[in-house]
Design a protein around this ligand. Structure first.
Ligand SMILES: O=C(CO)[C@H](O)[C@H](O)COP(=O)(O)O
Length: 223
């Protein structure tokens, strides 16, 4: 049983004719894009924006009409994955490096639907290293500032080279342990010059769809 696929295909059913849709990134969002692509081939009429070059390519392969972000306007919904989801609908995202575009697209969506298997549901965020996107200019200075904040950063690597995001930036994965106050940390990180954004999505998710071990689905709506 593929739990990622179960959650993602459940979410794809939220997409209706005429909608403007944000397409997430990662191995769970992959299945949502494929299911939406199947529906487009069956005649579903939507416009979409992708949160990464990889999702853009996948969507185009399925024939999903992809519109540049600045031309699409407000989105009806976005379907995306997450690395961790807490009971207050806060998330860690960016394991796939797409956190900046994912956060922009989510902020421009009436509804953010998160799809995940049960392993992503946690009581406290922070076991998964928090990705922080850093501009290359003065990157070591910014890295030091993250260390001084106690974030225990580690540069994400791509083989021997530093990993680069679709925006040409670096990722520092921060080993924080349990995060006491995600909202406060989100603000503190983004106040550091050199930090573009971080993977904390504080109360941005509207619906969380979790596929559990037995194949059943929890569909949770933020109050
Ligand atoms: O935030 C993301 C990419 O930047 C992904 O949504 C997140 O990493 C989850 O990925 P997966 O579905 O492959 O576990």
């Amino acid at each position: 049983m593929n739990l990622k696929q179960i959650a993602a295909e459940h979410a794809a059913a939220f997409v209706e004719d005429g909608m403007k849709v944000g397409l997430g990134t990662g191995s769970t969002a992959y299945y949502a894009i494929c299911r939406i692509g199947e529906r487009v081939r069956e005649g579903l009429n939507i416009q979409a924006v992708a949160t990464s070059e990889a999702s853009d390519k996948l969507a185009r392969e399925w024939g999903i009409p992809i519109i540049p972000f600045d031309q699409i306007g407000r989105l009806d919904l976005t379907i995306d994955g997450a690395d961790e989801v807490d009971p207050d609908f806060n998330l860690i995202k960016g394991g796939g490096g797409a956190l900046l575009r994912e956060k922009i697209v989510a902020a421009n969506s009436d509804k953010l639907i998160i799809v995940a298997d049960g392993s992503k549901a946690v009581q406290k965020l922070g076991k998964f290293p928090l990705p922080v996107e850093v501009v290359p200019f003065a990157s070591e200075w910014t890295f030091q500032a993250l260390e001084n904040m106690g974030c225990q950063p580690e540069w994400r690597m791509d083989g021997q080279k530093q990993y680069l995001t679709d925006n040409g930036n670096l990722i520092a994965d921060c080993h924080l342990g349990a995060i006491a106050d995600a909202s406060e940390l989100n603000v503190q990180l983004n106040m550091l010059p050199g930090v573009v954004d971080n993977g904390l999505f504080v109360k941005m998710a509207d619906v969380v769809i979790i596929a559990k071990e037995d194949g059943s689905i929890d569909e949770l709506h933020r109050p």
